[in-house]
Every structure is written in structure tokens, then in C-alpha cells.
Design a protein around this ligand. Structure first.
Ligand code: C2G
Length: 130
């Protein structure tokens, strides 16, 4: 079984997130998604989520491509996760290109092209200006 893992906030879930998860799953047989907690987002990413972490995790868990959801609560849990779940492939959108190359010592690292024209940040801006 080929295990894939990816990480994200998945706030205001949109087609860019779905495209990423679909392509990530296509790289293996089992997809784990680490969804960032409200604490991690606020304290480490200085991002305020619109949707609470338990709801963001429930939404991601309901996606047909996703096999398991775990919390992302720190920047440096990735190596432990890759080892704990025997991950073969680590996937992120290419806005993160190069940022996680240190994981190449533990698994394959793949950066996939982002979906153009949509982002949670833009959605929040649009909603604010309605
Ligand atoms: N994404 C994408 N296309 C978009 C928007 C997002 O492919 N138009 C991808 C991102 O590259 C990422 C995933 O969807 O791989 C989740 O995006 P976010 O929820 O914005 O995640 P982010 O805030 O980048 O958190 O430790 C890593 C972080 O948790 C990533």
C-alpha cells in the first residue's frame, strides 16, 4: 500500500483544495490529510480561520479521496508523521515549493501546481466586501 500525506488549513473549502486532494490521492492508495488546528493557525501561522478546526476536519474527512485526517498542531511534526504512518509520498501545492525538501530523506516529496484564481484569502476578502 502506497501512503500519501498532505497538510493544510482547508478553511472555506474550495475547488483548489479538492483538486489538490484528488491529485494527491492519485499518487498512491491511501491519503492522510493533516488539518491545521485553530491554535496552530493563530499562534504559528497568524491566520484566523472562519471555520473551526473540528468542522474543517469533518469536511475534509468526508471527501472521497481522503482516508484519514489527523490534526496539524506544529510545523515540526512532519518527520514524525511520515515515520509514524510509513508515508511514501509527501504532497503540497507548489506555493510551498522547496519548503519541505528536508523530507526527501524520509519519503518522496511532490509539489503540485496550484489551482489558479482561487484562494481562501481571496474568498474572505470577497465576502468582506460584499
Ligand atoms: N491549494 C491549491 N490551489 C489553491 C489553493 C490551495 O492547490 N488555489 C493547495 C495548497 O497548495 C495546499 C492545500 O491546497 O497544498 C491546502 O491549502 P491551504 O488550506 O491554504 O493550506 P496552507 O495554509 O498553505 O497550509 O504545514 C503546511 C500548512 O499547513 C499548509
Amino acid at each position: 500500500m502506497k501512503t500519501v500525506i498532505t497538510y493544510g488549513t482547508y478553511d472555506l473549502f474550495h475547488i483548489g483544495h479538492l483538486n489538490l486532494l484528488k491529485r494527491a490521492k492519485a499518487l498512491g492508495d491511501y491519503l492522510i490529510v493533516a488539518v491545521s488546528t485553530d491554535r496552530f493557525n493563530w499562534e504559528e501561522k497568524h491566520k484566523k480561520c472562519q471555520i473551526p478546526d473540528k468542522d474543517r476536519m469533518a469536511i475534509v474527512e468526508a471527501i472521497r479521496y481522503v482516508d484519514k485526517v489527523i490534526p496539524e498542531d506544529s510545523w515540526d511534526q512532519k518527520i514524525k508523521d511520515v515515520q509514524k504512518y510509513n508515508v511514501d509520498v509527501f504532497v503540497m501545492g507548489d506555493d510551498w515549493k522547496g519548503k519541505f525538501d528536508f523530507l526527501k530523506d524520509y519519503c518522496e516529496v511532490v509539489y503540485l501546481p496550484r489551482t489558479e484564481g482561487i484562494s481562501s484569502t481571496q474568498l474572505k476578502e470577497d465576502l468582506k466586501n460584499k
